[in-house]
Ligand binder design. Structure first.
Ligand code: C2O
Ligand code: CU
Length: 576
């Protein structure tokens, strides 16, 4: 491989150590995506796999590297795209992998190459972003180490990776039909929770752990054997934990062990110690664990449901203190997940997350404030989620191409609302339950600082308000604060904001009946999705689009967006 000129110059003028940091690598992957039989929880179903694997292969790189994924769609009858969750895609918005937003779905038998830089170390993952393909198992881990010659700001002896998900036995096709049918049919709770793609249906380990070894561990099927994490006593491990669930909010705990949180969504946080951590879909964390417990025992890793009345058994894995045998049953029962509706527990955890000293502080003020009221509504007998009374629908032609080419009729004539009425009562079902569909495109000017208020409210049924984890593409944002009830922007609300050490994240939760305020700088031209990361909610319209300084986007590769109206315009001699 030829060193880029810049690196050579750098070698000549700088210390070798610095030079090594500059010598980023290109990492090439060749993937084929296909449906395949698999038994994630010991019951055979069809999953979407990559190169015959489920979950997909882990990508491991160093900060500054360029990832090339040459992806072939072997699904036969449906398109596919892959989103690199947490990677900001600075300067490469066409590689963000969002169907109808940043690119055209890759057709069956077609190949598309994603090329992008992973600029920041951290724990990330990737997943399908077309229809509900993530819930069909299309996901995997993406781990970025610090650049060569640099060091993490904490020490550890080893690493364990935990990619958490939930699993439904109904196909995503059935689920999508259910969610859009009239009358509405809810998909219900997942059948199982998975750790690294493995769970055990009907092996409620927490309830009866003695027959476990026979029933599940020895299960003929390696695909659903409980995960074993081998560790040496008296060492410190970095656990990289990410949640790509379709629906479930999770809580993770490890028998007898404390966890020190050090990273959230690829950003270092001020370390703090907890017994368990909450993870909402789209979240990732690194936690440090020291194997300082009785070395004659193994310990349970337990993952349970929060935020919805659980109908799904916890997922269990084994922390295997070597040289104990992996099959040796832990002496202590698995940790019990906090009550699903103990929101004080959830808030106590979330509010403790602060940026590590040295993190860039947010600009002190914003140029614009966008307030997004989240409601559940009815539309012609369908049930939808909407934002300021408009439920998001995606266009036939991806925005990145159509907006870049300035194609008329791309955007709805009326811009989406930037606020909701101050008197809105968030504790009651919506007084006007009817909603419309909208493109929900907010146009952002380059380098402006944007505040977003996410306001939660009561759903259609009385006394119901759900948790929604919102995820932003193309950016990290500072989480300035949270509050209960309706946001008013008055002195009391202002007093709840943290401008000193707010954490940088790409996913943030809104608690039932509460609000969350975040801030980001629109410094990455592109078209970015901002949505609830709960797959069925997104499918029901819970999202908006930020069209950010699209005129400043560089040359978009034709193959990313040549479909629909963009293809027609290109044929007529247009330029991207
Ligand atoms: Cu991980 Cu738009 O999502
Ligand atoms: Cu949601």
């Amino acid at each position: 491989m030829r060193l880029p000129l810049l690196a050579l110059v750098c070698c000549a003028v700088m210390a070798w150590q610095h030079c090594a940091a500059e010598a980023a690598k290109a990492r090439h992957f060749k993937w084929e995506i296909s449906n395949m039989f698999w038994s994630p929880d010991c019951e055979e179903k069809v999953v979407i796999g990559i190169n015959g694997q489920f979950p997909g292969p882990t990508i491991r790189a160093r900060a500054g590297d360029t990832i090339h994924v040459q992806l072939k769609n072997a699904l036969h009858t449906e398109g596919v795209v892959i989103h690199w969750h947490g990677i900001r895609q600075i300067g490469t918005p066409w590689a963000d992998g969002t169907a109808a937003i940043s690119q055209c779905a890759i057709n069956p038998e077609e190949t598309f190459t994603y090329r992008f830089v992973v600029d920041k170390p951290g724990t990330y993952f990737y997943h399908g972003h077309y229809g509900m393909q993530r819930a069909a198992g299309l996901y995997g881990s993406l781990i970025v180490d610090v650049a060569e010659g640099e060091e993490e700001p904490f020490k550890y002896d080893g690493e364990l990776n935990l990619l958490l998900s939930d699993w439904y036995h109904e196909s995503i096709h059935t689920q999508m039909v259910a969610l859009s049918s009239k009358p509405f049919r809810w998909i219900g709770e997942p059948q199982s929770l998975l750790i690294n793609g493995r769970g055990q249906l009907n092996c409620s380990l927490a309830a009866a752990h003695t027959p476990w070894v026979n029933q599940c561990a020895a299960a003929v099927n390696r695909q659903c054997a409980p995960v074993v994490f081998p560790v040496q006593p008296n060492k410190t491990y970095r656990l990289r934990v990410a949640s790509t669930t379709s629906l479930a909010s999770l809580n993770l705990a490890i028998g007898n062990h404390k966890l020190t949180v050090v990273e959230a969504d690829g950003n270092y946080v001020d370390p703090f110690v907890v017994d368990d951590i909450d993870l909402y879909s789209g979240d990732s964390y690194s936690v440090l664990l020291t194997t300082d417990q009785d070395t004659s025992s193994n310990y349970w890793v337990s993952v349970g449901v929060r935020g919805r009345q659980p109908k799904t058994a916890p997922a269990l894995a084994v922390l295997n203190y070597r040289p104990n045998r992996a099959s040796k049953l832990p002496a202590v029962a698995p940790p019990v997940t906090p009550a699903w509706d103990d929101y004080d527990h959830s808030k106590a955890f979330t509010y403790r997350i602060r940026a590590r000293a040295g993190t860039a502080p947010p600009p002190p003020t914003a140029d614009r404030r966008i307030e997004l009221l989240n409601t559940q509504n009815r539309m012609d007998g369908h049930i939808k989620w909407s934002i300021n009374n408009a439920s998001m629908v995606l266009p036939a032609t991806p925005y990145l191409g159509s907006l870049k080419m300035g194609l008329k009729s791309t955007l709805a004539a009326a811009r989406p609302a930037e606020t909701f009425s101050r008197g809105y009562n968030v504790t009651l079902p919506p007084p006007n339950p009817n909603t419309t569909v909208g493109d929900n495109v907010y146009v952002l000017a380059h380098n402006t600082t944007v505040d977003v208020v996410l306001q939660n409210a009561n759903a259609l049924s009385r006394n119901v308000s759900e948790v929604h984890p919102w995820h932003l593409h193309g950016h990290d944002f500072w989480v300035l604060g949270y509050g209960d009830g309706a946001y008013r922007g008055d002195a009391a609300d202002e007093a709840r904001l943290n401008l000193r050490d707010p954490p940088l994240r790409n996913t943030v939760v809104i608690f039932p009946y509460g609000w969350t305020l975040l801030r980001f700088v629109a410094d990455n031209p592109g078209v970015w999705a901002f949505h609830c990361h709960i797959e069925p909610h997104l499918h029901m319209g819970m999202g908006v689009i930020f069209a950010e300084a699209v005129d400043l986007v560089g040359k978009v590769p034709n193959e990313a967006v040549s479909c629909g109206a963009t293809a027609t315009a290109l044929m007529a001699g247009g330029h991207l």
